[in-house]
Design a protein. Structure first.
Ligand code: PLP
Length: 399
């Protein structure tokens, strides 16, 4: 007999979290590892946000809040959407959750009937298919390879839509590829979506602040306001404000959908942390200079990373337009043999070989497109340089 439900068999533990755990174990054993698996900013949360949370605690903001989030935070998000995204929302079109992931889980739980399909362009953030599966949905993975910049094309979208399609998940800027959808690309997808009014759009914009010129971040509904009534924007404080541990994300969308998510949250987590919400108000409407400073640092690190990777034989990378990841093509390494006599057959083999060389990364298998390896540059400059040096040596040692 087992205590576990069948639904648990459908999903895997998050591979990026697992990779990070593996680094922690190896480091505890005394191994020196450069960790390129990190999926979060390495910066501290800006001081004014911490101050706002401390003040809130001292003032007694330590109670349950409304399930949809405090009025102050929802109003701050309305202002943020107007300022950063030129999008007009009313505060009852906003729900706050314990991270963007929490909103994604609840929107799928609130809307998927068994067998409903969720279109997930690959490479994808690892949680989309599993969250759909957990909620009786069927992920419909659409491969978007390097030839189209890892982005969904109108033709591929048309081919993926069926009568059972409930959602298209669009993630721009993308984790893991850094792809950013341009205006013309969003317009073309919008044109297709107009022909299929039963398809909703989840627009995950959590990396919006980290975009490298000349690319710029646009939401689908900036170019197609007529799709607003069936789009849920998912965003949050985690990446842009270096607040991953605070667990604040939000959804912005049509009232009935927001109310459905709120109903579920009222029976799951009740509400996000009152203290984190107070901090997030300061994040969204306070001084934005720290965000710009962090974006500037990522711009420099991206450059360091691209320079470091350029000189490595057998790997090939497209410069990411956004986020803080490089999705490295390692096809040139497959078929080669390590000094230990092992033949590299898959990107997972490459990752294990690099781990022996003191470098941790996540294999493309986890993101639905191989043979690639994802490297995060949300780590210090010296670590980036040293990591690239180790990779160069490791790749040179292959025969
Ligand atoms: N969406 C994408 C593409 C992500 O990479 C992440 C985190 O890694 C999230 C959403 C969720 O972030 P959080 O739950 O911390 O808001």
């Amino acid at each position: 007999p087992t205590l576990l439900a069948d639904r648990l068999k459908r999903i895997q533990p998050s591979p990026s979290v697992q990779a990070n755990d593996r680094v922690a174990t190896l480091r505890a054993e005394g191994k020196d590892i450069i960790n390129f698996t990190i999926g979060e900013p390495d910066f501290d949360t800006p001081a004014h946000i911490i101050d706002a949370a401390v003040t809130a605690m001292k003032q007694g903001d330590t109670h349950y809040t409304p399930s949809e989030g405090t009025p102050a935070l929802r109003q701050a998000i309305v202002e943020k959407l107007a300022r950063d995204n030129a999008l007009e929302y009313h505060y009852d079109e906003i729900v706050v959750g314990a991270g963007g992931k929490h909103i994604l889980y609840h929107v799928m739980a609130a809307t998927l009937n068994p067998g409903d399909e969720v279109i997930v362009p690959a490479p994808y953030w690892v949680s989309y298919p599993d969250i759909a599966l957990l909620n009786e949905g069927v992920p419909r993975v659409v491969t978007c390879d390097a030839s189209c910049g890892f982005k969904l094309t109108p033709q591929a979208l048309i081919e993926a839509i069926t009568d059972k399609t409930r959602w298209l998940v669009l993630n721009t800027p993308s984790n893991p590829t850094g792809a950013v959808y341009a205006e013309s690309e969003l317009l073309a997808l919008a044109q297709v979506l107009r022909d299929y009014p039963h398809v909703g759009i989840i627009s995950d914009e959590i990396y919006e602040h980290f975009v490298y010129a000349p690319a710029r971040h646009l939401s689908l509904i900036n170019v197609a306001p007529d799709l607003k009534s069936r789009t849920l924007i998912v965003n949050g404080a985690s990446k842009g404000y270096a607040m991953t541990g605070w667990r604040i994300g939000f959804g912005a969308g049509p009232r009935d959908l927001i109310q459905a998510i709120v109903k579920l949250i009222s029976q799951t987590t009740t509400c996000p942390s009152s203290i984190s919400q107070a901090g997030a108000v300061a994040a969204f409407i306070g001084d934005q200079a720290p965000v710009r400073a962090m974006a500037e640092r990522y711009t420099q690190r991206r450059q360091l990373m691209l320079e470091g990777l350029q000189s490595i034989a057998g790997v090939n990378c497209t410069a990411p337009d956004g986020a803080f990841y490089v999705y490295l093509d390692v096809s040139g390494l497959l078929g080669k043999t390590t000094p230990g006599g092992q033949r590299l057959m898959r990107d997972g083999d490459v990752v294990l070989y690099w781990l022996d060389a003191g470098v941790a990364a996540v294999s493309g298998e986890a993101y639905g497109l191989s043979p690639y390896v994802r490297l995060s540059f949300a780590i210090g400059d010296e670590a980036i340089q040293e990591g690239c040096r180790r990779l160069r040596e490791a790749c040179l040692a292959l025969t």
